[in-house]
Design a protein around this ligand. Structure first.
Ligand SMILES: Cc1cc2nc3c(=O)[nH]c(=O)nc-3n(C[C@H](O)[C@H](O)[C@H](O)COP(=O)(O)O)c2cc1C
Length: 206
């Protein structure tokens, strides 16, 4: 796009989706008579995809990029800008709450800039990009899960996740408090993700 002469880019609008199927009539949602079509999926569901798209584009062009797709707060705007967007568009948010929500966005952003000592929102642009690595460069082989047993409630969610979806590296004591077998743990990050108490962390090993 830049080579073709574009002055700026928007990344990345809505994503084509099929919102659901009525399992009795087999007509997709939302129905118009007995038919429907693909819809543009917007809002918070697509935020992670937009973040990645903005990051990828901003790493390969030097023209300004406007981020849109899934931003619902000033916090999301900061995230979009940190991966390279110079401007953020809100559509679904305004449809839900009206233009008055812009005041909330402005005051939240303003407070954040003060707290961080930034003089302009542009100071945020691209700040996260140097922290995005390719997968193989991450120190996965050097991290292991560590369970804070004092906060564990023995729900066994981590045990089941690791047994059935991970590497079988978590075992249980008689009191149901789990422990990690460091020989089997590969630092995949599944157990911290599923722990409802937030008492598992990845820790670097020497
Ligand atoms: C009801 C609706 C209509 C839209 N119409 C258009 C349109 O005509 N042209 C366009 O480029 N984007 C259109 N969009 C996409 C928005 O401009 C925006 O890129 C998208 O909704 C993602 O941002 P959001 O997650 O903040 O909603 C529309 C979005 C919605 C929800």
């Amino acid at each position: 796009m830049q080579r073709s002469g574009a002055d700026a880019l928007t990344a990345a609008n809505s994503l084509q989706a099929l919102m659901g199927i009525d399992i009795h009539s087999f007509v997709p949602e939302p129905p118009l008579g007995s038919r429907s079509t693909y819809s543009g999926l917007t809002g918070p569901a697509i935020k992670p995809l937009t973040l990645r798209t903005i990051a990828e584009i901003c790493r390969s062009v030097s023209i300004p990029v406007l981020g849109t797709g899934g931003a619902s707060s000033w916090h999301d705007a900061v995230e979009f800008m940190s991966v390279g967007a110079r401007c953020v568009q809100f559509c679904t948010l305004v449809m839900h709450h009206g233009f008055r929500v812009i005041d909330d966005l402005r005051s939240g952003m303003s407070q954040y800039l003060d707290e961080m000592g930034f003089s302009s929102p542009l100071d945020i642009v691209g700040k996260a990009l140097p922290h995005i690595a390719v997968h193989d460069d991450l120190p996965r082989r050097h991290v292991r899960s560590v369970i804070d047993e004092s906060r564990c409630i023995g729900c066994e969610v981590c045990y089941v996740a690791c047994r059935d979806g991970g590497h079988g590296a978590i075992d249980r004591r008689e009191n149901r408090i789990p422990f990690v077998n460091p020989e089997r743990c590969v630092g995949c990050g599944l157990c911290p993700l599923v722990c409802p108490e937030g008492c598992i962390a990845l820790s670097e090993i020497s």
